[in-house]
Design a protein around this ligand. Sequence first.
Ligand code: UTP
Length: 287
Amino acid sequence: MTAVKTAVFPVAGMGTRTLPATKAIPKELLTIVDKPVLQLAVEEARAGGIERFVFVTSGIKTAIATHFRRDIALEKKLEAKNKMDILDAVKGAAIPEGDLLFVEQHEALGLGHAVWCARHAVGNQPFAVLLPDDAIQGESSIKEMLAHHTDPKQQSIAVMEVPLEDTKKYGVLDVETDDGKVATAKGMVEKPDPSVAPSRLAVVGRYILPPEIFHPLNEKKLGAGNEIQLTDAIDAIKGECPIRGIRFSGRRFDCGSKKGFVEANVAYGMADPEVRPVIENLLKTLG
Ligand code: UTP
């Protein structure tokens, strides 16, 4: 197992699919029951042993910094009012001083470019990338991936099996071997039509990547949609850095879409003993 202590969270996208909700609020701060979706990703990374958190952000997203830094005045107020549960929740959301880094992406040129913007913060070591749009409920997928990340040069990608008709919505692995948990791959195909999809193993927003990924990203080549694609960089170094698709046990929700966001709120609500009876009662009266 390779030690991975740094995670990059690209949070500088436009969030057009979640408008108008995200006109003034960063989509990464939309809440699933009682926590921003970005906090869920941070907690997942922490559970996998991550200690340094790099947020790739754009100037307008200052609310993200406010959420993760300590607010001593607020903590004192909650303490004075003896609201200890809320105090614990607020303190638990904070990332310790020095462990939280912000890097700027001036223009949303694509996910590959966002990751490239974190190159100096990452340095010359393997690192994780978490796309906070994907909420994964259950065991930390980063932890599960690290258990199979045996070679520091490996490119590990979280994957899940999708119905054949859905391959056109995802990046899909071109699988070479598959033992049911880990698949070796010849490459990846972006959003293939079901008739030509090389497998049903779809890419989810969790990666563990070697620093070699920055070599192709340095070239800033435009790919699909006129964006600098992380997928293209992964493909470019697959000769020296083998691609492994790793299945995870949790349940994944695409919180960047209306449907996935509502599903996530119901699923996380059902897992909360205080909220579960409320949902059950409401569904009875609605339905
Ligand atoms: P998406 O593909 O969901 O793009 O990005 P988006 O712009 O955020 O959303 P839509 O499609 O317009 O609704 C996946 C992740 O990569 C980040 C986003 O913030 C999101 O977390 N991202 C994307 C960047 O940080 N920079 C980019 O240039 C593009």
